[in-house]
Design a protein around this ligand. Structure first.
Ligand code: GLN
Length: 486
């Protein structure tokens, strides 16, 4: 069998458990593809040699393990014990943690094997993977001859799943970093409810917004992986102790009678026709499945992006204060302590990270704190309240995932505002702490994937997964890429 890397996570684990193929055979098929896919620049570190040793220790009899023998690469934002963790930054270029993040530990506890660490935007700040110190990641989808961005910040994750370089992965999402790259590469991305998955051991960007979540080939895989990584963790003070859920077992495409909200404020100015049409198609599909459609209003949506771009940099500026050349990673020399700090931080961080630190420090400084940061926190509450009100009437909200399909390199790089506009449909779920899922629906006239987003009530990932599952059965989306980079 040489096309094992085409299989989904669920199919892979089932095949291993029923002895159709061995974990080593699965690993070799991924190894072969990873070696021939350097052009995509998905990996910052590969751990294939270690994986080959680990795989020998797998006991095929362990049928109770949910991810038995699954080769998985993760975003290079998760600390992995004895494996370099860079956050795609020069400042952490040689940082080797002595501990393992809770989320990744849960993968290995269920029998998965680490095969590498995936490229992303520096400190997860970006929407195109163009801010990584380790270079751009390339989208396996192309526009004619032109290569495209994979989205960001989990661009390496998205391209790696889409190009079958890992069977599934975990990314992080602060304002859209799982869903937007998933949309650009034709895969499924799920940002869980804030507090559902532990943030312990994940390099922090904006602590009140960050969440880890699955990026997978389909909805079943998403449900399975979420089941594995979710759960209370006493090491994360924002982790919430809810009953564990069996997302995979409870997956059902029966959505008859479900109430779906269509927020009118998401019909933004200059929305491309293909996105508008995609949204209408999604509505029709749900109607055909027996769901009831309601127009709803989320009046504070227009403030979401500015609110996000105050709160996220404010938290980032505080979180990134720890990179001072003393405690972590890279250090530059200087004539005295202050100059050492200055040199380390000015040479260690890239431009986008510095921009965020400057904005964040500004909005937190005395005199501006009330005008910007406090105001943004108040607006954040109003945004959350809009959702609370809507969820009294509807069970799930349907929107596009992104305002466009994947774009070209350089197209938005020098214009931060147009880059930030990419997050227009995704940041609201982070601000309100809600679970949200992006799933691919179809290809546009240029053969690029277009995706829809489902937003759910807090801790109701099951409903968005079920609705996603129902849509998936209808649209039967199949990624259409040719392995041109191999
Ligand atoms: N693109 C957004 C930003 O640059 C979101 C990033 C993320 O979710 N990590 O902040």
């Amino acid at each position: 069998m040489n096309n094992l890397s085409n299989l989904t996570l669920v199919e892979t684990v089932e095949g291993i458990k029923s002895k159709k193929f061995s974990p080593s055979e699965v690993l070799s098929s991924y190894e072969e593809r990873i070696k021939r896919s350097k052009k995509l620049n998905c990996f910052i570190s590969e751990t294939l040699d270690q994986a080959k040793k680990e795989i020998k220790k797998i006991n095929i009899g362990q049928n109770n393990l949910a991810l038995l023998g699954a080769p998985i690469a993760v975003k290079d934002l998760f600390c992995t014990s004895n494996v370099k963790t860079t956050a795609s930054s020069k400042i952490l270029e040689n940082f080797v943690p002595t501990y393992e993040s809770t989320v990744t530990q849960k993968l290995w506890d269920q029998g998965a094997i680490l095969i590498g660490k995936l490229n992303c935007d520096e400190f997860a700040m970006g929407s195109s993977n163009e801010t990584s110190y380790f270079g751009n990641v390339i989208n396996p989808y192309k526009d004619g001859k032109e290569t495209l961005v994979p989205g960001g910040s989990s661009g390496g994750c998205a391209s790696a799943v889409s190009a079958n370089l890992t069977v599934a992965t975990v990314g992080t999402d602060t304002g859209g970093s799982i869903r937007q790259p998933a949309a650009f590469t034709g895969i499924v991305g799920l940002k869980p409810t804030y507090g559902r998955c532990s943030r312990w051991g994940i390099v922090a960007f904006a602590s009140s917004l960050d969440q880890a979540g699955p990026m997978t080939k389909d909805i079943k895989d998403s449900a399975l992986l979420l089941e594995v990584i979710a759960g209370f963790d006493s090491k994360d003070s924002t982790s919430i102790n809810t009953n564990s859920s069996f997302f995979f077992k409870n997956l059902s495409k029966q959505i008859k009678g479900l109430n779906v909200g269509i927020p009118k404020e998401y019909r933004v100015d200059n929305m491309p026709k293909e996105i508008d049409d995609l949204w209408s198609e999604g509505i029709k599909i749900l109607e055909n499945c027996g769901a009831k459609i309601h127009s709803i209003s989320l009046p504070h949506t227009k403030y979401a992006l500015p609110t996000y771009y105050i709160i996220a940099p404010a938290e980032a500026s505080s979180n990134l204060a720890r990179y001072d050349g003393v405690r972590y990673g890279h250090r530059e020399s200087g004539r005295d302590l202050i100059e050492m700090y200055e040199n380390t931080r000015s040479r260690g961080f890239g431009d986008e990270v510095k921009r965020r630190i400057l904005i964040g420090t500004y909005v937190l400084s005395s005199g501006y704190y009330d005008a910007y940061y406090l105001k943004a926190q108040k607006v954040r509450n109003l945004i959350k309240k809009d959702f609370d009100d809507s969820f009294k009437k509807v069970d799930v909200i349907l929107t596009p995932s992104t305002p466009s399909a994947a774009f070209k390199f350089g197209e938005k790089k020098d214009d931060p505002i147009s880059m930030y506009l990419n997050d227009i449909f995704t940041v609201t779920a982070n601000l309100a702490g809600l679970p949200a899922l992006s799933l691919p629906i179809k290809h546009n006239s240029k053969n690029l994937p277009l995706s829809l987003q489902l937003i759910g009530r807090p801790f109701d990932e099951q409903t968005i997964l079920n609705v996603g599952y129902a849509i998936e059965q209808e649209v039967k989306f199949k990624r259409s890429i040719s392995d041109w980079w191999m």
